[in-house]
Design a protein around this ligand. Structure first.
Ligand SMILES: Cc1ncc(COP(=O)(O)O)c(C=O)c1O
Length: 357
């Protein structure tokens, strides 16, 4: 069975060495030495100042909102994984959608500006599939209207924008290190925080709001990464450059062989790629459904990333209608992509994509 992703498992001997260390110390969670080591190494690898590791990408978003004490309304994209929106709702913030650009699939800054009201406190854009948003325009809007910016950068591991880590933009960027992601810690996530003063606060928030044995300064949650997850991250980090270059070859083969008429998201020209996803947009939903059926018959299971459009979520009131996102989400498919994807399987996928059905 060929799925859209396959979890990369790094060198087992290396992982066992870390597990031996954990068994020796008996320190399995609660800001352990491996979590700290991973924080240091990741900050260096990514080129960021402050990184706070947490239990998953969803809690990274939630802690970001709490660190910035957000309430009211936040403008966000309707074209993303559901956690971008649901994390706002569960924190009492109303998501106001601004539709996406049909070519880049990222939130369109003109639509952000149109949606601002006196209740708006923040913008939550997503670098979707690792494609960097229109950062300058978003920054200008945030400055003019005094809004916080939290980038859901779950797909943007390692991406550089104008030569610098894309994670350094906005007030906070968040990452997901779920097992399906390019870089993973089984389950995990991170906050990249620009303001040094907010880093400690985020650390307290992930640990029940506790500062030390005597002091609980914040209303926190439990979003700690454990040592087994950090060990996985340390092993992944040693292999990540190789993983990215293997994925690049697979993406290049798709690029070179899928039909020219297929719409592939238009990439930000000032940004690098990390080869995390290979999404293709068909001309109609019928064609997409037909291609899925043909692939399923060959035991290949691509994913409708991202479907449905988040403005259709039943729990969002008032109802909002985002035509571009709804249209794209019906026609977009993420093709299987992982380091050891067989060329023969890729050829089957490419033949189905290129056929005239
Ligand atoms: C864009 C986006 N935001 C948030 C998340 C949530 O991350 P996690 O699954 O680690 O909670 C994911 C992935 O799962 C995602 O793709």
């Amino acid at each position: 069975m060929i799925n859209v992703t396959k979890t990369y498992l790094p060198n087992i001997e290396k992982y066992k060495n870390y597990i031996d260390k954990i068994y020796k110390t008996g320190w399995v969670t609660n800001d352990g030495p491996l979590v700290r080591e991973l924080e240091e190494k990741l900050a260096k690898y990514l080129g960021v100042k402050n990184i706070v590791l947490v239990a998953n990408g969803t809690s990274a978003l939630e802690i970001a909102y709490r660190t910035l004490e957000l309430d009211g309304f936040a403008i966000t994209t309707p074209f993303s994984f559901v956690a971008t929106t649901s994390s706002l709702v569960t924190n009492g913030i109303l998501p106001i959608f601004a539709d996406i650009d049909k070519d880049t699939l990222c939130i369109e800054p003109k639509n952000i500006e149109k949606s601002i009201t006196p209740h708006t406190k923040a913008i939550v854009p997503v670098h979707i599939f690792g494609n960097v948003c229109d950062i300058e325009s978003i920054q200008n809007i945030a400055y003019e209207y005094n809004l916080k910016v939290i980038y859901d950068a779950s797909h943007a591991f390692g991406i550089k924008y104008k030569g610098e880590s894309v994670l350094n933009y906005g007030d906070i960027s968040t990452l997901s290190f779920h097992a399906t992601k390019l870089f993973h810690t089984i389950e995990g996530g991170a906050l990249i925080i620009n303001d040094d003063k907010l880093v400690e606060k985020a650390r307290y928030l992930r640990n029940f709001g506790i500062e030390n044995a005597e002091s609980i300064p914040e209303l926190g949650t439990n979003a700690k990464m454990n040592e087994f997850e950090a060990a996985m991250g340390l092993c992944m980090l040693d292999e990540i450059d190789n993983i990215i270059s293997e994925r690049k070859k697979i993406v290049q083969y798709y690029f070179d062989n899928t039909e020219q008429s297929l719409q592939i998201p238009k990439w930000n020209r000032d940004a690098t790629m990390n080869y995390g996803y290979f999404p293709v947009v068909f001309d109609t939903e019928d064609r997409l459904l037909n291609k899925i059926e043909l692939m399923n018959k060959k035991n290949i299971f691509p994913r409708r990333y991202f479907y449905p459009s988040l403005d259709t979520l039943h729990y969002i009131e008032p109802k909002q209608y985002m035509p571009v996102s709804r249209d794209i989400s019906k026609r977009i498919l993420a093709l299987p992509l992982y380091t050891d994807l067989d060329r023969e399987v890729q050829d089957i996928i490419i033949n189905i994509i290129n056929s005239n059905f």
